[in-house]
Design a protein around this ligand. Structure first.
Ligand code: NAP
Ligand code: G4F
Length: 326
């Protein structure tokens, strides 16, 4: 039986990946942090067959312990401080977790696996945020990285460290450069979920308006369920590599508002939405659109859910489950 260790199992992607790997017959282990993590109950509800191990990416010995307990053949490093806006206010912490945490995990694997490093495969959750001030449109694996946030800089460190372990130790270490992906389980701090929750609340009459930041930013938004499949596909390849995972379409935050409000039967959202400086960022990533040709050709991966289907799915979920944050 294949055994997988997922860091960040309590996050959006960890929950979908856990479900996917259990369906594939894996024994699934997940790293969960804190002594009384409120998200543990969510993981236990969605993934009752998974075994949870306490640990933190900043605590090297806890990573070694997690490896010893789980003895994984595949490790998916999804844990991170992942909210870009937060990373300016907590730049050092973000660097420690999202950046140096990757090195901690890679080094823990190297020391734990010793002579059997070739028996272990590693996935790193790299990000399109690394492209930042984009130097090419669309962005592909070879596009120059120009991160625009402490989060983006930390992800670049983790990305190159993963490549370095591949080149230095022959480790089967792959990076997925994933563009934005969303779902009804998306954290409420991210723009798609903030909008889907607000639209549902406004349509119910529980909220009057919505305060937003930059409406002109464009993102390549896909569905998280499609993207975790790509992570797994990368680790099934004979050779490790880096892959862009994206839909190849881009929409603005304004487009997101169009589709989300229309899904609730509201055609004119302009009077309901205000903009405020407090949601603007010190430096913005204006345009992301990915070229996932390599993933299509080598992995045979294709996204299955369109942007419109995704947004409608999220609004419906928030209408059906008022108050739920995951
Ligand atoms: P998420 O929902 O924010 O989940 C982040 C996970 O990391 C949570 O399980 C969180 O645990 C855990 N975590 C945070 N700090 C930790 C620490 N010090 N030690 C151990 N675990 C820690 O993120 P996501 O959307 O699932 O994304 C998964 C990964 O993909 C992240 O690395 C993210 O940066 C990256 N990524 C995401 C996207 C996207 O659009 N979703 C795109 C590209 C890359 P708690 O539940 O305890 O907070
Ligand atoms: O949903 P967001 O916060 O996601 P962002 O910054 O693109 O980052 C997400 O995707 C990355 C992949 O590229 C991941 F690596 C990262 O972990 C995370 O999952 O913001 C999207 C856009 C931004 O341009 C932001 O300025 O929406 C704009 N926006 C406008 N008003 C807002 C708001 N974002 C948020 N969160 N809240 C607003 O009110």
């Amino acid at each position: 039986m294949k055994r997988a260790l997922i860091t960040g199992i309590s996050g959006q992607d960890g929950l979908y990946l856990g479900e996917f790997l259990l369906e594939q017959g894996y024994e699934v282990y997940g790293l969960i942090r804190g002594q009384n993590n409120p998200r543990r109950a969510i993981v236990e509800e969605i993934l009752p067959q998974a075994t949870l191990i306490t640990g933190d990416l900043m605590d090297f010995s806890s990573l070694l312990r997690a490896l010893e307990i789980s003895r994984p053949t595949e490790i998916y490093n999804l844990a991170a401080i992942s909210y870009v806006a937060y990373s300016w206010d907590n730049a050092q912490l973000t660097s420690e977790v999202t950046g140096k945490g990757v090195l901690n995990m890679l080094e823990a694997i190297r020391l734990w696996a010793k002579g059997s490093l070739d028996q272990v495969r590693f996935y790193q959750a790299s990000s399109s945020e690394m492209f930042g001030k984009v130097q090419e449109v669309p962005q592909r694996e070879s596009t120059l990285l120009w991160p625009r946030s402490p989060y983006g800089v930390a992800k670049v460190f983790g990305h190159y460290m993963t490549i370095n372990y591949r080149e230095s130790y022959g480790m089967h270490a792959s990076s997925g450069i994933l563009f934005n992906h969303e779902s009804p389980r998306r954290g409420p701090e991210f723009v798609t979920r903030k909008v889907s929750r607000a639209v549902a609340a406004i349509a119910r009459g529980d909220q009057d308006s919505l305060v937003m930041g930059n409406l002109d930013a464009k993102r390549d938004w896909g569905y998280a369920g499609d993207y975790v499949r790509a992570m797994w596909m990368m680790l099934q390849q004979d050779q490790p590599d880096d892959y862009v995972i994206a839909t190849g379409q881009t929409q603005s935050v304004r487009d997101l508002l169009d589709v989300a409000f229309a899904a609730a039967g509201i055609d004119d959202w302009q009077p309901l939405v205000q903009q405020d400086e407090r949601f603007m960022r010190p430096a913005e990533v204006d345009l992301l659109i990915g070229d996932a040709s390599k993933a299509h050709d080598v992995l045979g991966w294709q996204p299955e859910v369109s942007f419109e289907e995704l947004v409608r799915m999220m609004v419906k979920s928030d209408q059906d489950n008022p108050g739920r944050t995951w």
